[in-house]
Ligand binder design. Structure first.
Ligand code: PSU
Ligand code: MN
Length: 313
């Protein structure tokens, strides 16, 4: 299937039959990124996790559509063989929004970040996306200017984003400020604070709390009815029993950031470097929490997409 965009260049989208049918019927669909598969975890844990995340979206009541770039086309929904290939092929590049045109024109495989997955979801007619941890404003951004394009993409793609906040490796206070400045609504689902991935709280109060899923779905629609071009960020904290205490990992994060600086790691490589270093420092304790938050977020994404689809029935 191919969509036409202004300028008449076509962006080839390849839907799985299930996702195509769900989109056509107005059934709930949740888009998922693939960078977390290729860069977040090692094989074969990444393949197993990607499958569990898809199952969690289904448990929430929606159809999962994992996004990836393959041979100059955007995959909208992956088959099991696709997931296996993305999980086990070394060296698949991380593709954010600005990389999309180049990677699509050149062919080859690419792993979609939150930002590029949102571009794909909007083209595909999918209104919900879920990922446990979004990119944000990095610590030290006042000198490095390292701000994830995920945040910019929220202002451009009409897709609701469900997440468990962002990791504490970032500057979450500046991340919240950035979202406010750029008019991105942030709704915390059933919790007072903005969460921090596998830590339940970032220590920052969320600007809005809504506990009712139908109400959240209405707020998303109202954002678009107001003529806004972008999305809404909806956060849900990981479950209490799966969470890691924020103070416990602060030291590991600080050490990892010093390591990145000392090793001259810059730009897009910082996120992966720091995440891996924190995982090592917490001796795999974060790995279980990591898996739990990915699954939790996917299920909440499925439920919210289903609540949103019910508004139209
Ligand atoms: N945050 C996480 N885990 C991740 C990422 C972010 O807790 O794996 C990944 C996502 O794919 C996100 C990307 O879209 O990193 C952001 O990278 P950058 O900061 O380079 O924009
Ligand atoms: Mn960056």
């Amino acid at each position: 299937m191919t969509t036409r965009t202004p300028g008449s260049h076509s962006v080839p989208l390849v839907f799985t039959a299930e996702v195509a049918a769900a989109v056509a019927d107005g059934d709930p669909v949740v888009a998922l990124e693939s960078n977390v598969i290729t860069h977040g975890l090692a094989y074969p844990d990444n393949a197993a996790t990607a499958r569990k995340v898809e199952e969690a979206v289904r448990a929430g009541g929606a159809v999962p559509a994992t996004i990836g770039i393959d041979g100059g086309r955007i995959l909208v929904g992956m088959t099991d063989a696709d997931i296996e290939r993305f999980a086990s092929t070394p060296g698949i590049p991380k593709v954010s929004s600005r990389d999309l045109p180049v990677v699509l024109a050149s062919g080859g495989m690419g792993a979609s970040t939150v930002a590029s997955s949102l571009v794909a979801a909007e083209l595909a007619g999918i209104t919900f996306f879920s990922s446990a941890g979004i990119g944000g404003v990095h610590r030290g951004a006042e000198t490095t200017m390292d701000i994830s394009s995920d945040l910019i993409q929220f202002t451009r793609s009409k897709v609701a984003v469900v997440c468990a906040g962002a990791k504490k490796i970032l500057d979450l206070r500046l991340t919240m400020e950035f979202l406010e400045t750029h008019c991105v609504p942030v709704i915390s689902h059933g919790f007072d604070d903005f969460p921090a991935f596998y830590c339940r709280s970032s220590g920052l109060r969320a600007p809005h709390r809504l506990d009712d899923e139908a109400l959240i779905a209405r707020a998303v629609d109202t954002h678009w009815a107001l003529g806004n071009p972008g999305g809404v960020l909806i956060t849900s904290p990981t479950r209490e029993e799966d969470a890691i205490d924020g103070d416990d990992i602060e030291e590991a994060i600080a050490a990892a950031l010093r390591g990145a600086e000392a090793d001259g790691v810059r730009g897009g490589a910082v996120t992966k470097y720091v995440m891996r270093a924190v995982d090592r420092a917490t001796e795999g304790r974060s790995a279980a929490a990591n898996m739990a938050v990915l699954i939790h977020t996917a299920e909440v994404g499925g439920r919210l997409a289903a609540a949103h689809a019910r508004l139209r029935r």
